[in-house]
Design a protein around this ligand. Sequence first.
Ligand code: 6SB
Length: 325
Amino acid sequence: MCTGVSYTTKDHYFGRNLDLEFSYHETVAVTPRNFPFEFRKTEALPRHHAIVGIATISDGYPLYYDAVNERGLGMAGLNFPENADYKPEAAGTTNVTPFEFIPWVLGRFETVDQVVAALNDVTLVDISFSEEFPLSPLHWIIADKNRSVTVESVKEGLRVYDNPFGVLTNNPTFDIQTFRLNDYMHLSTYPPENHFSKDIAFDTYSRGMGAIGLPGDLSSASRFAKAVFTRMNSVAGDSESESISQFFHILGSVAQQRGCVHVGGDDKFEITIYSSCCNTDTGVYYYTTYENSQITGVDMHKEDLDSSEVVDYPLVKGQRLSMQN
Ligand SMILES: C[C@H](CCC(=O)NCCS(=O)(=O)O)[C@H]1CC[C@H]2[C@@H]3CC[C@@H]4C[C@H](O)CC[C@]4(C)[C@H]3C[C@H](O)[C@]12C
């Protein structure tokens, strides 16, 4: 499972947790403006916005999991099993494969409004990248400083939902996730008040009791409620340090610790492989990994963004301890 988040202080930040039991050899990949993006069923983009994000590179092609472009638009793919339904090619529409969807959107557009307008005409087609990388069932969060949306290709067609929470997890479909938030409207960051019975003398014996009932398990619907609560109530200063610290704390509220989620077999567990936070205004992509709590950054603007070669950095894994004596 995964969690994606969009959050604004002075700048806009976009990132995600990637939760899985194995790694696909992710790298931080910067795709410059002149890398020729070919698409299977629609026009190539020989020149486009530059992109930074995490990708697996296969045959020179960056298969992005999540990324941000130089105009401040971010997009992440999250698992959506059983619900994702990709279509046969449809004449008269723009046919984009799921693995091309991030480059196609981030290569062309600057705002969510522009993306939403273009999606009217898009079909997500059921074409795999390769035998090694077959189609994966995904849905997407797309966000800029002012707006977030969720995009789902389901049996009934392509659905685009406004996402005023700036949060996406996994199943069920986004309309149901949103509806289920109603169950939590009584939760509060303030101490609780007695609405239970005037005849009982209650004791607020601990801080934080206003949010008793907020789920703490790692299921997708629970992570959605938890991350929305944390994200909507978040308070952060405007500096880069305060903003990215807060962002990683929001993601930390729904991170997965090894041992807590079995995924088949006795010794297979889902963990948060990486957490990312990209400042979409400055194009700096920060991340931590399961075993490296130190924040590592890649600044897209330190690369030659007019070149035609993808530049990629392997994730720095393993703790970098700072000893004080
Ligand atoms: C598995 C991940 C979601 C994490 C998650 O939610 N895990 C729950 C597992 S479980 O449901 O709980 O068991 C998703 C998120 C992004 C995906 C890549 C996107 C690019 C590319 C698209 C190609 O078409 C197929 C290969 C490709 C490299 C994709 C592999 C994989 O699909 C990635 C890593």
